[in-house]
Design a protein around this ligand. Sequence first.
Ligand code: FNR
Length: 378
Amino acid sequence: MKSVLTIAEMKERARRRVPKMFFDYADSGAWTESTYRANEDDFAKIKLRQRVLVDMTGRTLESTMIGQKVSMPVALSPTGLTGMQHADGEMLAAQAAEEFGVPFTLSTMSICSIEDVASVTKKPFWFQLYVMKDREFVENLINRAKAAKCSALVLTLDLQILGQRHKDLRNGLSAPPKFTPKHIWQMATRPFWCLEMLQTQRRTFRNIAGHAKNVSDLSSLSAWTAEQFDPQLSWKDVAWIKEKWGGPLILKGVLDTEDARAAADTGADAIIVSNHGGRQLDGARSSISMLPRIVDAVGDKIEVHLDGGIRSGQDVLKAVALGAKGTYIGRPFLYGLGAGGKAGVTRTLEILQREMDITMALCGKKNISQINRDIIDA
Ligand code: FNR
């Protein structure tokens, strides 16, 4: 993995190793993918100030997110179906993150369960919650996350209904999934991926199967999932979840200043400025372009985090400079996982760390608390 120097190279390795339908699932956005592209492109438009003759010794990237220590301000985003990039993907990514000292967030829609991940990690991880119509199921999930000692609940707000991704529809990645000779061929041409998958028995959504009513096989599971997202979700539900959970709460998927103020009023610990990686509302603004306005709107009332489009350590620093206390990576860690399992995720984190450290030094700063709008050439 050491020969991989950039996230773009990691992506190409993953493309060669993961069957097309699952690679496309990670590498897709809603409709025209304009928001997906903007997330990345808008980072490139932000220019940094080069500084010289500043003492650059004794640098550190250590910081905190919701008061929890992190070796750098980067967490792993919750991503559904992670275990299809690599067998046992959620467990491997959680271990890589734990060893690196950054938070791992397990999605409700994971292949491996909360209990699977807890069984292979020593430190607490974070759990992402989708609020399903079946509130008994939701309460049960919250209790399972508590029992596993998860140290934060990430509540996703921007998926009351499912966005539409053309690549997934064309690839038959729908509910229920369609398997055609084309898919079997796609898998047959990725023998290492297939061998790994054959060695594991975890190919169902294990947070759901066996826990939700009348869900036994892949077909009933897909049908259940498709109709369970709640179009009536409201701020009252957020208050209900906050009370049931009782621990650190992060609200994910805020992209509007009015929503940000409402989120801050809930008393949650943080919001994530996010458009779901461009997978929901195509045509929405990029996360990084909305960040300064949202930071200004909420002031010190709540910690502000950001995800969407981070592809280098420079992007992380730009987000921190514009007011994000922490950032998250979705696709970059999925590419690492697809390319090389746990070692690939570790390499992804190393790449970001190295890029961040060099950039911070060349901007004349020594630690994360010194990073502010001063490093941006506005
Ligand atoms: C996601 N995302 C997501 N979010 C969430 O809250 N729950 C989930 O289950 C998923 N599933 C998911 C699957 C895949 C394949 C991707 C790419 C994304 C969104 C994710 O948490 C995050 O917001 C974005 O991935 C961030 O953008 P980047 O880093 O991928 O550009």
